[in-house]
Design a protein around this ligand. Sequence first.
Ligand code: NAD
Length: 492
Amino acid sequence: MTTNGTVLNYINGQWQPSSASEYLDVVNPATKELLAKVPLSPASEVNEAARVAAEALPAWRSTPAPDRIQPLFKLKNLLEENFEDISRTITMECGKTIGESRGEMRRAIENVEVACGIPMMMQGDFSEDIASGIDEIMIRQPVGVCAVIAPFNFPGMIPFWFMPYALACGNTYIVKPSERVPLTVQKVFHLLHEAGFPDGVVNLVNGSKETVDAILDHPAIRAISFVGSTAVAKYVYSRGSANGKRVQAQGGAKNPVIILPDADMEMTTRITADSAFGCAGQRCLSASVAITVGEARHTYTEAIADAAAARVVGYGLDDKVQMGPVITRQSRSRIEGLIQQGVDEGASVIVDGRNPTIQGYESGNFIRPTILADVNPEGDIAKTEIFGPVFSLMHVETIDEAIKLVNRGEYGNMACLFTNSGPAARKFRYEVQAGNVGINVGVAAPMAFFPFSGWKESFFGTLHGQGKHAVEFFTQTKVVVERWPKEWSRQF
Ligand code: NAD
């Protein structure tokens, strides 16, 4: 996978060391073991990947769709065979629990399975006799060379929201993983190689800003999928669009859950604790704020505080562990600073997870689950994405006030409601301004055959990842109007 512990690029079917002048350490966030070094590849290596991808395009595009999906079927089987190994790699470089890593890879595989339906999903339309003797056809053709720029928190899954669809639709592809977690994608690329994609069809370039900028500016790259923080999503969206590319850019989140007094409190507590503290809160669908309504306040506050305090924190490879570390020491300091800011703005820390000692992993980037109660809705902490295991509690008297509070937020990635009332659920579903909505569900993650539908500051673009949206994003429509007068044909 690596040469002397250095992560490689994969260009034109070959593993290649980068000519980068700068490298970063890839560190296990729980044990602090140095896992590898990752190159920050220069623009010239993106240019090379784009060149070979453009060269591979005509042959791949003209390979019939039923043949194009054969390597994807092989990839699905290879991912199953290597499921445990890749899941362990995710835990080692990213910190999440092994169960969470397995869940992530399950969704990755599901996207490959859905993309195998491309021969039918990318069919066009045909209307006979739009005027006498004239027919009209809509064809879906690939866009060209496409690329994904991925974040650190789902190294295995996120490239699969896009890549299988792009390849199945006849595009060629470049993956730029997060420089903090490049090892999972190294393993995935060994499987892509084994699956038998022709040289140049799928390529890997490691790096950070310079690498991304080269992708945004390269004229052969026609479509870009980005997932990461809102500030970078906006930058990628505006620079990529200004260069005439299709861009879909998924940004950050601040996900609220509303808890009505008629909710099943035992189930609600369990589900919301999993949502807030799963993946150590480093999930774009993590519950970040709970808004209790009326009498829900006291029962829920007590129950969620107990659940937070009871959560088992440690190294994710240990099966008993329910929550791993956050990604870096800097991230941990930032999160602890935000907890203090919440206190300065009037909140009280009813469960304090700062600066814990985790036996055997004293130098890991751990924070235990933390609960901030009575968070000031006007304060910064109510609006800022914390991206750590910190759950903020707010309280209102009616569902209308709760929905208003949710809709005031800048982000729109996810919102959830916990209730036993059908009318309340319907009202919420109808009025809430978020693209992924949960009713008695804490992580409303769409299956691979539904679009991952962030709204507002959580998404820039039109078509989302996964399912039919991905097929639309990775194809361009061509409409043909045809007339064949009888007198031009000897047969009629
Ligand atoms: P990030 O924005 O720091 O990095 C994402 C990617 O952008 C990386 O590949 C990185 O190399 C690149 N990048 C970073 N800074 C850049 C710059 N200045 N110019 C060009 N490229 C740059 O995000 P992250 O910390 O890796 O991931 C966490 C963020 O991702 C959170 O905000 C989270 O909410 C978000 N996220 C969103 C979704 C979603 O579906 N909306 C899913 C997962 C994560």
